[in-house]
Ligand binder design. Sequence first.
Ligand SMILES: NC(=O)c1ccc[n+]([C@@H]2O[C@H](COP(=O)([O-])OP(=O)(O)OC[C@H]3O[C@@H](n4cnc5c(N)ncnc54)[C@H](O)[C@@H]3O)[C@@H](O)[C@H]2O)c1
Ligand SMILES: N[C@@H](CCO)C(=O)O
Ligand code: NA
Length: 438
Amino acid sequence: MKPVRVGICGLGTVGGGTFNVLTRNADEIARRAGRPIIIEQVALRSPNPECDLTGIKTTHDVFEVARNPDIDVLVEVLGGYDVPRELVLTAIANGKHVVTANKALIAVHGNEIFQAAHEQGVIVAFEAAVAGGIPVIKSLREGLGANRIEWVAGIINGTGNYILTHMRSEGRAFEDVLAEAQALGYAEADPTFDVEGIDAAHKLTILASIAYGVPLQFEKAYTEGISRVTFDDVEQADNLGYVIKHLGISKRTEQGLELRVHPTLIPKERLLANVHGVKNAIAIMGDAVGPTLYYGAGAGSEPTASAVVADLLDVARDIATDHHYRVPYLAFSGIGEDDGGLPILPMEDIVTAYYLRLLAVDRPGVLARVATILSEQSISIEALVQKEATEGELVPIILLTHSCREKQMNEAIRQIESMADIAGPVTRIRVESLDEQE
Ligand SMILES: NC(=O)c1ccc[n+]([C@@H]2O[C@H](COP(=O)([O-])OP(=O)(O)OC[C@H]3O[C@@H](n4cnc5c(N)ncnc54)[C@H](O)[C@@H]3O)[C@@H](O)[C@H]2O)c1
Ligand SMILES: N[C@@H](CCO)C(=O)O
Ligand code: NA
């Protein structure tokens, strides 16, 4: 059987892992694919000490790979938006299949890329782009194909979860743990993508398109990161029986789709609350199957390579199939031009419970006024903790509310922040009690 010839563009964390897994497991992979998958060329800027390139054709020009007539599949593992977009479109125009780990590329330029690929009849596969080594795209797109998906919620940024885990378990500072995650190869080239929630929003955008058959709409995702979560919030949440996790959440409602990424309080006993370090987990609710959970390494060299190589196997198996009969890029037939009657909802319309932390002057009547403001917005309080203050100091007040509309909470926070006896901004962390164990 003719081998499938691969060109790898980028030999960093993921590219290096892909090179090594493909080389090390070549025989096993060939038996699975029914033909050998060989590395024909590697485009790199600098050597990767983990990879032995003896006998491999190399280049510094990634576009040489996209135009190389001896290559069947281009693997894009550079990172970024612009060069990868041009590279992938060039490869597609040259009739090559594409495998990428780049969620920024798919979330922002995916609609255009899939259209071009469809016209050329080539495959674009991106399992590594969401939750690294966890085969969540395949599970959602194929394994859950019978279901109407009700919600998807998960920890989908390894770096962020690594930081929250080590802040909680060791009381370490944010910057210190971030530097460690970067050294381990988990973080994006620009780590603000990890800590400000952008990377998770890219991934959630992709998951929502596959779950509900809507076009990729990254620009409509609500995005909030973990950079403002303090050790005090982590401790307060712990005292109340919760763990703070950074979640991507997309729920189907009667009005449309929620698409939001933010720190979230989760009850300690939930499975998602017990996903630590660089591990990711995604809970998906289907109407037929019920709740399901996918867990594993969300970042790192070989775990991510595991997904890249699995996509190469799919390409090797599907290469001879008429492209009209292949699994569609985003699971639904058509390139996602129609939103199936599911618009993405503005953040003001979502309904959730909240954790609030306020700093108040220790004076009678402050708490009563806060309670009145909340009740005027029809927000009821589930729990309240007021810490002891020493004379003249500000006291932290912690509140847990029942569910309300975000719009009402915005108004309540605006009024609370304008009270003379409240110092500084109110911290707000949303609470989710999604029952993935139901
Ligand atoms: N690191 C992870 O755990 C992980 C997991 C899933 C997905 N991803 C995604 O995989 C992609 C790669 O991430 P990474 O962590 O391997 O990054 P990296 O920085 O370790 O590797 C990227 C490599 O590409 C090279 N490169 C960049 N532009 C180039 C060019 N024009 N020509 C030749 N080489 C070029 C860089 O020199 C570098 O070696 C990104 O899109 C990232 O979001 C990473
Ligand atoms: N920077 C990403 C890599 C995996 O997509 C993360 O930490 O999750
Ligand atoms: Na994956």
